[in-house]
Design a protein around this ligand. Structure first.
Ligand SMILES: [Zn+2]
Length: 346
């Protein structure tokens, strides 16, 4: 009998081997692993340890991850030449040494038709989106999904069985548990590998210059305008800070209740309004359990429908997903004795 700890050790060494295998031409491998880790966080695996993941969900997630990457990356060329003149250059970073991945091509088409983020772009192009999505899905299913587990030219199906043509993949026993347990580490390794891969592609090197801002651009938090969320939360919270409960004078900050560093999606029900200082102080920590209860009562109960109706045209809205993600991170924090943030007296 393999115990769960044994399985977790096997898992993390497998992930390391996958990421060390650098001969892949595109960055799909990283997007897939990131998406799998995130989907495991959102699922209840207590009853079904061999988690089934629909390919549709996986592909949708890959689109969210690549969305930011398909924006132009800006650098000041003063960093790269000797003249004092500052000329900003913009360029979309290549994600492959070969031909451009279908997902990036699709995103460029959608962006060309308007839309600041994926949620808005989908709404603006409903018909076109279905067509583009299906074509991207076909290409991911036929290629990256089966190449992911390729180690030195052999398929090593540690994560899931290699079955072509199915509309889902089923994770092997213990894999979803390990993705949840090691979510932070997997995401860190994947992002590092992804940024390194982009930096290693020759055609990107001129655009990157000496700029050290690549990882921040690819996975940073200043991506989507949170203005609309801020306006709604202002009303819901009556202008008071979610954490210290004092009136917000000056600038209010939209805080991701489950920090972006842990879970990199803008889910509308995950937003709360706070002082700049409270937000910065909380940073990438999980707040005390009393704040979780308060957040559930405010965003997932009392104002659940209001948030959905006001914000669903701007941001992803999925209260059940928000709840599942929060439950998972609090469960992990509890099991691993991770200290929570928030001094009740201040
Ligand atoms: Zn405050």
């Amino acid at each position: 009998m393999t115990c769960i700890y044994q399985k977790r050790i096997e898992f993390i060494s497998y992930i390391q081997r996958l990421l060390e295998n650098t001969e892949t031409s595109s960055t799909y491998k990283f997007a897939l692993l990131h998406a799998l880790a995130d989907l495991c966080i959102e699922s209840d695996i207590s009853k079904k340890p061999k988690l089934k993941i629909e390919v549709d969900d996986l592909v949708e997630r890959i689109f969210s991850l690549y969305w930011q990457h398909a924006k132009p990356f800006k650098i000041d060329s003063s960093e790269t030449n000797d003249s004092k003149e500052i000329i900003s250059r913009e360029s979309i970073l290549h994600q492959s040494t070969n031909k451009e991945p279908t997902v990036i091509k699709t995103i460029r088409t959608l962006k060309g038709r308007g839309g600041d983020n994926l949620t808005v772009a989908k709404k603006l192009n409903e018909k076109k989106w279905v067509e583009l999505f299906n074509s991207a899905k076909k290409s991911i299913r036929e290629g990256p999904l089966w190449r992911l587990q390729l180690i030195e030219n052999n398929i090593v199906p540690f994560l899931y069985e290699h079955k072509k043509g199915k509309s889902y993949i089923q994770l092997n026993e213990g894999v979803a548990d390990s993705f949840r347990f090691f979510h932070d580490i997997v995401v860190k390794l994947v992002r590092q590998g992804w940024a390194d891969k982009i930096a290693s592609i020759k055609s990107n090197q001129a655009s990157l210059g000496k700029s050290g801002e690549l990882a921040d651009f690819l996975f940073g938090s200043k991506r989507v305008s949170l203005k609309y969320a801020s306006e709604l939360l202002e009303k819901i919270q009556g202008g008071y800070c979610f954490y210290c409960e004092k009136k917000i004078k000056g600038d209010a900050h939209v805080d991701h209740f489950i920090p972006l560093k842990k879970y990199n999606y803008d889910l509308a029900h995950n937003f709360v309004l706070a002082h700049k200082k409270c937000n910065q102080d909380k940073s990438s920590h999980l707040a005390l359990k009393i704040f979780k209860d308060k957040w559930v009562a405010q965003n997932l109960e009392k104002y659940k429908d209001k948030i959905s109706s006001k914000l669903s045209s701007r941001y992803m809205c999925d209260p059940e997903r928000s709840r599942a993600v929060a439950d998972t991170f609090y469960e992990i924090a509890d099991k691993s004795n991770i200290p929570l943030w928030g001094d009740q007296k201040s």
